[in-house]
Design a binder for this molecule. Structure first.
Ligand code: SF4
Length: 299
């Protein structure tokens, strides 16, 4: 990863593939902001790996001119952790969706936060399973209180009579897990989203960025206009190391607070450092890699 000198041209990070997202999809803005952030950090394309799971969001690595890995549903984080451990010199980025990261891959998210590998995990959160045609997701919204229960917005294809599950608040959960960096962005706010992505790319541990990224095809509730009305930046003087204040912002249901909401004071070492010391101890006590492998041989 290179950080010296002026920012590069964001277009250098785009591949020749044209995105096939629907017109108006929020993911276009997320792709654009990610390219800007990578350019600002002057990432070496040949030392950068972008790993995804499955979903509309997870098509994103194909639109970048870096190494990429389009994995299986919900499993981007274990792959990314393996890449970081195998080659700690690589910049590793995960792009996921709310279904991929917060449902199928929910267990991996918790343990990745706990292990703290140097991975920037960007979740394009649109409150619906878009690729599979509009099922409710873990973040699908509840009915608006002002409209009453009969207006349940989750009367979607697989829930024609409404849905009963309460949406999860992934940002608040991540703060509860003491995730070392937690941020929220909005895909139609290029300066704000680029700024939090730069912070995530530079963070020396696990960084979760939840991006409000509207799906105009299937989610008619959390539209661009709906989000624009509710998005507001962290208040002046906000201290992201104050965990109680971070919770207070994360659990607000009148607005979506965007920016860097939380930075852990206590998460210093990540899995790379810890596995390096374990590896060194194993090598020292076993007489080297060959001897270690021989000791494991089943005769
Ligand atoms: Fe975007 Fe929704 Fe279309 Fe998928 S279905 S590309 S999330 S607008």
């Amino acid at each position: 990863m290179s950080e010296k000198g002026a920012a590069l041209d964001p277009s250098a990070y785009r591949s020749h593939l044209k995105p096939i997202w629907c017109p108006g999809c929020g993911h276009y803005g997320a792709l654009s902001a990610l390219c800007r952030a990578m350019a600002e950090c002057r990432l070496d394309r040949w030392n950068t790996v972008v790993i995804s799971g499955i979903g509309c969001s997870s098509r994103l690595p194909g639109f970048l001119n870096t190494y990429g890995f389009h994995g299986v549903h919900g499993r981007a984080l274990p792959v990314a952790t393996g890449v970081r451990i195998a080659n700690p010199n690589l910049k590793v980025i995960v792009v996921s969706g709310d279904g991929d990261a917060y449902s199928i891959g929910a267990g991996h998210l918790l343990h990745c936060a706990r292990r703290n590998p140097r991975i920037a995990c960007i979740v394009l959160n649109n409150g619906v399973y878009g690729l599979t045609k509009g099922q409710i997701s873990p973040t699908s919204p509840l009915p608006l209180a002002s409209e009453g229960p009969t207006s349940d917005p989750r009367r979607w294809k697989t829930t024609p009579y409404g849905a009963t599950e309460t949406p999860i608040n992934a940002v608040a959960q991540a703060i509860a897990w003491d995730t070392s960096f937690v941020a929220r962005g909005f895909s139609y706010d290029q300066p704000g989203l680029t700024s939090v992505l730069v912070g995530a790319l530079r963070h020396p541990g696990f960084a979760l960025v939840d991006v409000l990224s509207p799906c105009p095809t299937w989610n008619q509730v959390q539209t661009e206009a709906f989000c624009r009305e509710r998005v507001h930046p962290v208040p002046p003087g906000y201290d992201p190391t104050d965990r109680v204040a971070a919770f207070a912002e994360a659990i607000r249901n009148d607005v979506y607070t965007v920016g860097v909401l939380y930075r852990s004071r206590s998460r210093i070492h990540g899995i790379e450092e810890e596995t390096a010391s374990v590896r060194a101890a194993a090598m020292a006590s076993s007489g080297g890699m060959q001897a270690l492998l021989e000791s494991l041989r089943v005769s």
